[in-house]
Design a protein around this ligand. Structure first.
Ligand code: MHO
Length: 203
């Protein structure tokens, strides 16, 4: 795992954040995912008092393994960039962390429009601040997997949200990742056989 100074961070609004949390979590090179609220001005948003914020996933990644370009491609491919969401909560938005990201995102959006002849409604804005979502939204797919979710939450405790392994497992139970990736992660885990068997049934 790279040290934090070697990692970079990307933030995307792609509709309900449960899906992209799992999708990015399964990606090679992604070391952490978190879901939260951003892109608005309302102080201290919560799920039931979002104000003008949007659901986003924030991805910490190793740029030596996966590039911002590649994460962006995944973003375009997995949200509806052709229409304006009926609620700001679910709008498509790329929240950039620096000039480089801003340029790459803008360039990709222009290319997409030229290639398809459609106009892209997804916004590209500077990230101001991410407000972490409530625990029950973090790694939602894994958390809501019977037996496994509760046991892993208990085992990882406070480390659950930020764990790379938990991010992978969250992706795997949602159907992402290859058999080779799943085997590799499971082989590294020191899980009780019963829990391992239970996970195996879900992949
Ligand atoms: N309540 C919706 C979306 C949840 S997402 C965290 C659903 O059940 O799909 O906005």
């Amino acid at each position: 795992t790279p040290s934090p100074s070697e990692t970079e961070t990307a933030t995307f609004g792609m509709g309900c954040f449960w899906g992209p949390d799992a999708r990015f979590g399964a990606m090679e090179g992604v070391v952490r995912t978190r879901v939260g609220y951003a892109g608005g001005t309302t102080p201290n948003p919560r799920y039931y008092s979002l104000g003008d914020h949007t659901e986003v996933v924030q991805v910490v990644y190793d740029p030596g393994t996966v590039t911002y370009d590649e994460l962006l491609e995944d973003c375009w491919a997995n949200h509806d960039w052709t229409s304006t969401a009926h609620k700001r909560q679910y709008r498509g938005v790329i929240l950039t962390h620096d000039d480089h990201q801003h340029e790459v995102a803008t360039r990709q959006r222009t290319a997409l429009e030229e290639q398809t002849g459609q106009s892209a409604e997804t916004a590209i804005e500077r990230l101001e601040q991410l407000f972490l979502a409530e625990d029950y939204h973090q790694k939602y797919e894994l958390r809501s997997t019977p037996v496994v979710g509760d046991e892993l939450e208990a085992q990882y405790g406070d480390a659950f949200v930020d764990s790379t392994v938990v991010a992978r497992l969250n992706g795997f139970v949602a159907g992402h990742g290859t058999p080779a990736q799943r085997n590799e992660v499971l082989a590294r885990l020191n899980l009780p056989p019963r829990l391992l068997a239970e996970l195996r049934r879900r992949f």
